[in-house]
Design a protein around this ligand. Structure first.
Ligand code: ZN
Length: 400
C-alpha cells in the first residue's frame, strides 16, 4: 500500500470513529446534525452512515421534526446497543464475579461463583464457561462479544500475564491469552487497584475527577493513579505497587519475597495477625470484619491495631499525594470499610506528613462501589479496549 493510500485508510477509520462516537453519545442524531457537529462533508457522512447501518452498529429509529427551512423531516439514527457485547470478570481470592453488558457497557446480567481451585489453566477454562453461561442467560450472541476485561488479585503486566498472585498461588500465568483462546475475543487484564480506580473515577466516589489517586488496603496493599484522565500503568503494567516498599527495617517476610513491606503492616491479614497476637488467639481464628466490629464496640486492642495500620498507610499515602497532586484520593479495599478507627488515623497521618499545600484542596473519599468496583472497572476497561478503533500515537495515526 502506498503512503497516500494508507493515509486515506486511516482517515476513513478516524471519520468512522468520529461519526459512530457522535451517534453513540448524541440524544438525537440525523445525517445533517452529524455533518454540522463534526464538520465532515454531508456525502462523507452519508457514506459512513450507510456502512454503519449495513454492519448493524447503527439503526434508523424513525423521522424527527422538520428543520426550520422545511423540507422532509430527517431520519433519526441511534447506536445499536445490542450490536455487540462486553464482559467484565473479577477473579477474587475467594469469589469470581462475571458481568455481561451491552455495547454501551450497561450490565445485562451478573453471576458470582466460588473461584475455581486447581491448576490455573483449568480454573480459567471454568471461568470462561461462566462467561458463556451468563452471556447465554441474557440472550447475548457469543459471536458478538467484542472484548472481555479481567481483574486479577496480583501483579498483572499490560500484555495480560499474571506474574504473581500469592493468595491464589498463581505465578506467571498468561491469563489474557488463555481466556482469549477459550472465548475467541480480545481479553485485557488489570490488577484490583487499577480496575477499582477506573470504576470509582467513572461511576463512584471520584466521578468526574481527572487526577485521582486510589489507595487499596485489603488482602493486599496497592495504589493506582489517574493522571489527566489516563490510568498510569508504567512500562510493564504494574505501576502502583507501593504495598511492596520496605517501611520496617528487618520486618516480617512479605508474600512478595522481601521483608518489611508496607503490606506486612497495613493489610487486612496484618491487622488480623496483630489482633490475634494481642487477643492470644490462634492463627486463622479472627477475621478482619471481626476486628472492625470489635473496634466499633470500643475494644482497646482492636482500636490500637487499626490505628497503627491506618497511620502506616496514611504516612505512605502522603508520598503519593505529594508526587501526584491529585484532586481526590480514594481509600478502597476491605480496610476502607473498617470505620473511623482505621480511617481517622489514616487521614491524620496523611495530613501530617504531606505538604500542606498538597492537602489544601484535595478530597479524601471512601470507595463507593463496594464489592462491585473491580468487576465494573474491568467492564469499563473492556469497553475502552473495544472502542479504541483508532489510537493516535505521538503524531502518527495507528489504525487498529
Ligand atoms: Zn512485599
Amino acid at each position: 500500500m502506498t503512503g497516500a493510500a494508507a493515509d486515506h485508510g486511516v482517515m476513513r477509520r478516524v471519520n468512522r470513529a468520529v461519526v459512530l462516537n457522535f451517534i453513540r453519545t448524541a440524544e438525537v442524531a440525523s445525517r445533517a446534525a452529524i455533518a454540522e457537529a463534526t464538520g465532515l462533508a454531508k456525502p462523507t457522512v452519508s457514506l459512513i452512515v450507510d456502512e454503519l447501518l449495513q454492519v448493524g452498529l447503527v439503526r434508523e429509529i424513525g423521522r424527527g421534526p422538520s428543520g426550520t427551512v422545511g423540507g422532509r423531516p430527517p431520519i433519526l439514527l441511534a447506536f445499536n446497543s445490542r450490536s455487540s457485547y462486553l464482559a467484565g470478570v473479577h477473579v477474587g481470592v475467594r469469589r469470581t464475579t462475571v458481568v455481561v453488558a451491552d455495547a454501551l457497557g450497561e450490565p445485562l446480567g451478573q453471576r458470582t461463583v466460588a473461584t475455581p481451585r486447581g491448576a490455573p489453566v483449568t480454573a480459567l477454562r471454568t471461568i470462561a464457561g461462566v462467561v458463556g453461561e451468563v452471556a447465554a442467560d441474557v440472550g447475548a450472541d457469543a459471536s458478538l462479544m467484542a472484548a472481555v476485561g479481567v481483574c486479577l488479585p496480583g501483579l498483572v503486566t499490560d500484555d495480560g500475564i499474571l506474574l504473581l498472585a500469592p493468595n491464589l498461588g498463581w505465578r506467571d500465568v498468561p491469563v489474557a491469552s488463555v481466556l482469549s483462546e477459550h472465548l475467541g475475543v480480545p481479553v485485557v487484564a488489570f490488577n484490583a487497584a487499577h480496575t477499582s480506580l477506573v470504576a470509582e473515577a467513572s461511576l463512584g466516589a471520584a466521578a468526574g475527577e481527572s487526577d485521582v489517586v486510589l489507595v487499596y488496603a485489603g488482602t493486599g496493599v496497592g495504589a493506582a493513579a489517574l493522571v489527566a484522565g489516563q490510568l498510569m500503568r508504567g512500562t510493564r503494567g504494574i505501576a502502583g505497587e507501593f504495598g511492596h516498599v520496605r517501611v520496617v527495617p528487618d520486618g516480617e517476610r512479605c508474600n512478595c519475597g522481601k521483608t518489611g513491606c508496607l503490606e506486612t503492616v497495613a493489610s487486612a491479614p496484618a491487622v488480623v495477625a496483630a489482633t490475634e497476637r494481642r487477643w492470644g488467639r490462634r492463627r486463622g481464628r479472627v477475621s478482619a470484619e471481626a476486628v472492625a466490629a470489635a473496634a466499633a464496640e470500643g475494644d482497646a486492642d482492636a482500636v490500637a491495631v487499626l490505628r497503627e495500620a491506618g497511620q502506616r498507610l496514611g504516612a505512605a499515602a502522603a508520598w503519593l499525594v505529594n508526587v501526584f497532586d491529585p484532586g481526590c484520593l480514594v481509600l478502597a479495599g476491605g480496610l476502607a470499610g473498617a470505620g473511623p478507627a482505621f480511617v481517622e488515623p489514616f487521614q491524620d497521618a496523611l495530613v501530617r506528613d504531606a505538604l500542606s499545600q498538597s492537602v489544601e484542596k484535595f478530597r479524601l473519599v471512601l470507595a463507593a462501589l463496594g464489592q462491585d468496583a473491580e468487576v465494573r472497572g474491568a467492564l469499563l476497561l473492556a469497553r475502552e479496549h473495544a472502542s479504541a478503533d483508532v489510537r493516535i500515537v505521538t503524531g502518527s495515526s495507528v489504525a487498529r
